[in-house]
Design a binder for this molecule. Structure first.
Ligand SMILES: Nc1ncnc2c1ncn2[C@@H]1O[C@H](COP(=O)(O)OP(=O)(O)OP(=O)(O)O)[C@@H](O)[C@H]1O
Length: 523
């Protein structure tokens, strides 16, 4: 009798981590905080000191380790004394996933807006957040990068109830792209760039597949600010094509309902193109002008703070957060650094060209050939078996090869090996194994199996990352901050990590042991 065929190996659906998983023998996952198209973010505690809480972002380990790129940019921002960057604690890999442990922050701006019945922030809060988001993007751009996925869920405040609830952090560097080559020259714009970003917030340039530039991050910020001020954007939940049409036809009527400075920013952004460095001081000046003309001062409470208009909504949420409050003092006056009234020029719409008068600026040096990526629209290519996860600098522990359902998880294995240090912001669509869901009150959590499925055509909220074949880049087209020393050593059973900060995080303390504490809300 013929031997029975071996049972099929179960396919990896996503990072093999769930509630109460232990990472690197020391971090325990206690609550799911967020789930993107590519992985999951958990709140974790240290086993040996459960009062210390962090966040852990886990992604299925595939050919390219995106979290390494996030880690590198986090480190670079920290070294450059960024005010809006989250501090990384540890980069590593475990079983089938890579992870970053980082400081825990509070709710995202998208989460906060959802709690407010009108789904809008006051103009004061919109402007304070707008200035801080702008500053965080400038910090990234000054290092040569663009973010490419600017949206409300990629900005978060510090832990609610702490002084850091006034501070806005920027999240998710998974789509960041280095605009400069090793010789510090601006990379040539591609004739047609693949779509990257999140449809409701991406600029019309991105819809037209132009090379994303620094100004495109600010177009997304402008859409965010319109949304904060007026509630949901009219193109919410539309297809890519209809979103583009709506952005073209509705922008004037939307801006007519906003402070004139919003229109000034739009008019200024229309003068920019890929190769033209934005006048950061000018954009910031226009944003600060909203504060000055409306007599807003940094001592005013933000919408979620005590004394703010939605204090009754956010106070119970803040008190439900059992962290020991961070002692770090945040001065909004210092962060905003507003010019003294009367000392800065007051812009009017006359200082900016009228949209109808403008000829779209063009980049002369468009590269005829795509210098980095050949990317096709339509369904992703048939999946290739992914290589064993590679982690820099040490070898990885892995449970084996990744398996991908056609059209589900996209292996981004390059056709031929890439040059060292190359990064293309490739992210796989990685299903998660389980998520912790909250009751509407946020006081009951339950564990549900979850699969992160490929995005259906109508789903437009999640970031769109690469979904196609990749060709090797020229060595000079280097996105990565440091060349990744690729380790090809066989998997080992010990966990490998890279610690940055052994010290406690922003968010605080928990009296009860890890698994017995009452669950609490993300906010
Ligand atoms: N350090 C952190 N502290 C607290 N919450 C966090 C932290 N990092 C991320 N989150 C939460 O997790 C969510 C997803 O994080 P992130 O955007 O980094 O993941 P992603 O998988 O790349 O998501 P997407 O695909 O939607 O861009 C955020 O919107 C935020 O709510």
């Amino acid at each position: 009798m013929a031997a029975a065929p071996p049972a099929p190996k179960p396919k990896e659906k996503g990072p093999a981590c769930k509630l109460s998983s232990i990472i690197n023998g020391q971090f325990v996952m206690v609550q799911m905080l967020g789930k993107g198209g590519y992985g999951v973010v958990y709140e974790v505690i240290r086993r040996d000191s459960p009062s210390v809480r962090f966040a852990c972002k886990a992604e299925l380990a595939l050919a390219h380790n995106n979290l390494k790129t996030e880690w590198d940019l986090m480190t670079l921002l920290k070294d450059n004394k960024s005010k809006h960057n989250i501090i990384g604690i540890e980069l590593g890999s475990e079983r089938n996933y890579n992870y970053i442990v980082m400081h825990l922050v509070g709710p995202s701006l998208a989460d906060l807006r959802k709690y407010i019945p009108s789904k809008t922030f006051t103009l004061y809060t919109t402007t304070v957040c707008g200035i801080q988001c702008f500053d965080s993007l400038v910090e990234i751009q000054k290092l040569g990068y663009i973010h490419r996925d600017v949206k409300p869920s990629n900005f978060a405040i510090g832990v609610l109830g702490s002084d850091e609830e006034k501070l806005v952090y920027v999240l998710d560097f998974g789509l960041c792209r280095n605009m400069f080559n090793k010789s510090k020259e601006l990379r040539k714009p591609r004739m047609k760039a693949p779509f990257r970003g999140t449809i409701p917030y991406c600029s019309l340039n991105i819809h037209q597949r132009m090379e994303p530039g620094r100004h495109d991050d600010f177009w997304s910020l402008l859409y965010m600010m319109i949304e904060f001020h007026l509630s949901d954007l009219p193109w919410e939940n539309m297809t890519k094509e209809n979103t583009k049409k709506e952005k073209e036809s509705k922008i004037d009527s939307l801006l007519a309902k906003c402070p004139p400075e919003f229109q000034m920013i739009r008019c200024y952004l229309l003068t920019l193109c890929y190769s033209r460095e934005p006048d950061y001081a000018k954009i910031r000046g226009v944003l600060c002008q909203i504060m000055i003309t409306n007599k807003f001062t940094p001592d005013m409470p933000l919408d979620w703070q005590n004394g703010g208009p939605y204090e009754n909504i956010f106070k119970p949420l803040a008190s439900a957060v059992k962290h020991k409050r961070s002692k770090q003092k945040v001065s909004l006056a210092e962060l905003l650094d507003l010019p003294k009234p009367g000392t800065a020029p007051l812009y009017t719409e006359k200082d900016f060209p009228h949209p109808g008068e403008l000829e779209q600026p063009r980049d002369e040096s468009v590269s005829k050939s795509d210098d980095t990526i050949i990317e096709k629209d339509g369904p992703p290519p048939a999946p290739k078996p992914a290589p064993k996860p590679i982690i820099h600098p040490a070898p990885v522990k892995t449970s084996g090869e990744n398996h991908h359902k056609p059209g589900t998880t996209i292996s981004m294995k390059p056709a031929v090996p890439r040059s060292a240090g190359e990064h293309n912001s490739v992210k796989p669509v990685a299903p998660a194994s389980s998520v912790l869901t909250r009751s509407p009150t946020g006081h009951h959590l339950s564990l549900k199996p979850v699969t992160l499925t490929p995005r259906p055509p109508g789903e437009i909220r999640q970031s769109v990352r690469r979904t196609a074949t990749v060709t090797p880049r020229a060595k000079s087209d280097n996105d990565s901050l440091k060349p990744a020393a690729v380790s090809l050593k066989p998997a080992v059973s010990t966990m490998t990590t890279k610690a940055q900060h052994p010290t406690p995080p922003l968010a605080g303390s928990m009296a009860a042991p890890a698994m017995t504490m009452p669950p609490f809300k993300k906010l």
